[in-house]
Write a protein that binds this ligand. Structure first.
Ligand code: SF4
Length: 358
């Protein structure tokens, strides 16, 4: 057990993990977690929607699709200066990674040029950068990498078998092709999925087996709980059993031992106790800030209080540690245990929102 990295998971094996008694699953997940990660550190990303709404795709969960009447106002590309200010605010609040999401099927040349400029601005602040812009060609992936992009997010969303129930405007293979282009360009991969869209446990197992059997595991694996947005086809989905959600986190931790498993969309409606169980199951990353792409997120003060109560400290990526040390007592940051600094809560990115469950 103890966290062996494998790429040959059978779906039936992953399903068997889901079927373990809860305590056994949690023990295995926690053991795996401790073999590869600091048990009391959580990485924090902030997400900004740089271009909201009017997306031509038909992802059944997404309020940004032009096909669904969700009342979402479409917005033009956010100006560079606003991106810089949002990133600075996110950094001041304690985030180490700034993610920029745009509601595109795939970016055009002018879009990539604009995002390249944004990446350079955010990089100059000493933050990691992530983007989620839709499907990419290999050349676009290289261009973004050359600009200093660290991570690219592109979720598989669900299992290959269930996928057609959720999206018809791009194929599962399209997604895998983008992931391959991103990896080949030398970018870190952020890729996960959504729980609560009507999928079975086998679908959840199949999705995680798909991710775990990629040639290299994604560095970040966001696990989202469906946010049921009125007007979308999935608005009437049933509640997810909280223990089933925790099980999904735990199994993701076991099959991708080194990945940062991100507790993503849906956190706003989770109790502190449920979030704590997710951390215990191996989640070690969150979106931090009051909004995700277009849905809510717990406010910064609540997150700070919860992390302090649990004795969890913000994870600083090794490449950013020197910068963080230099500013340790100058910059506002998230409170760790014993920290007595008082900082005004920042509002990273007013237009920013939850996980683009791309
Ligand atoms: S998830 Fe992304 S690709 Fe799908 S409709 Fe929403 S913005 Fe478009």
């Amino acid at each position: 057990m103890g966290g062996i990295v494998r790429h040959d998971w059978q779906v039936s094996e992953v399903e068997a993990l889901f079927a373990l008694p809860f305590a056994d699953l949690m023990f295995q997940a926690q053991s795996t977690h401790r073999a590869h990660h600091s048990p009391n550190a959580v990485q924090m990303s902030t997400l900004l929607s740089i271009k909201t709404g009017a997306c031509p795709e038909d992802c059944a969960y997404c309020p940004q699709s032009v096909r669904y009447d969700t009342g979402l106002e479409r917005e033009r590309l956010v100006p560079l200066d606003e991106v810089r200010k949002s990133a600075q605010a996110a950094k001041d609040a304690g985030a180490t990674r700034f993610c920029m999401g745009a509601a595109w099927r795939s970016p055009k040349k002018k879009d990539v040029d604009a995002v390249v400029a944004m990446i350079r601005e955010v990089r100059a602040l000493g933050m990691e950068t992530c983007a989620t812009l839709g499907m990419l060609t290999p050349a676009q992936a290289h261009e973004l990498k050359d600009a200093g992009l660290d991570y690219y997010n592109h979720n598989v969303d669900t299992s290959p078998e269930f996928y057609g129930e959720i999206i018809t405007t791009r194929t599962y293979q399209d997604r895998l092709d983008t992931l391959s282009a991103v990896r080949d360009a030398g970018l870190n991969v952020c890729c996960g999925g959504i729980v609560g869209m009507g999928e079975t446990t086998r679908d959840r197992a199949s999705m995680l087996a798909t991710l775990a059997n990629l040639p290299q595991h994604p560095e970040s694996v966001p696990i989202n709980q469906l946010v049921r947005v009125p007007g979308t086809p999935l608005a009437g989905q049933k509640d997810v059993d909280p223990f089933d959600f925790v099980r999904t986190i735990a199994v993701a931790r076991i099959v991708m031992p080194k990945a940062f498993v991100r507790l993503s969309a849906g956190r706003e409606v989770m109790s502190d106790e449920l979030q704590s169980l997710c951390f215990l199951a191996g989640a070690n990353s969150i979106f931090y800030g009051e909004k995700l792409l277009t849905t809510g997120n717990p406010d910064v003060a609540r997150d700070r209080a919860l992390l302090t109560r649990l004795g969890i400290e913000p994870f600083t990526p090794p490449g950013l540690a020197a910068v963080a040390d230099a500013h340790a007592h100058e910059e506002p940051h998230v409170h760790g245990p014993g920290c007595s600094h008082a900082h005004a809560p920042a509002r990273p990115g007013a237009a920013c929102n939850a996980t683009r469950q791309r």
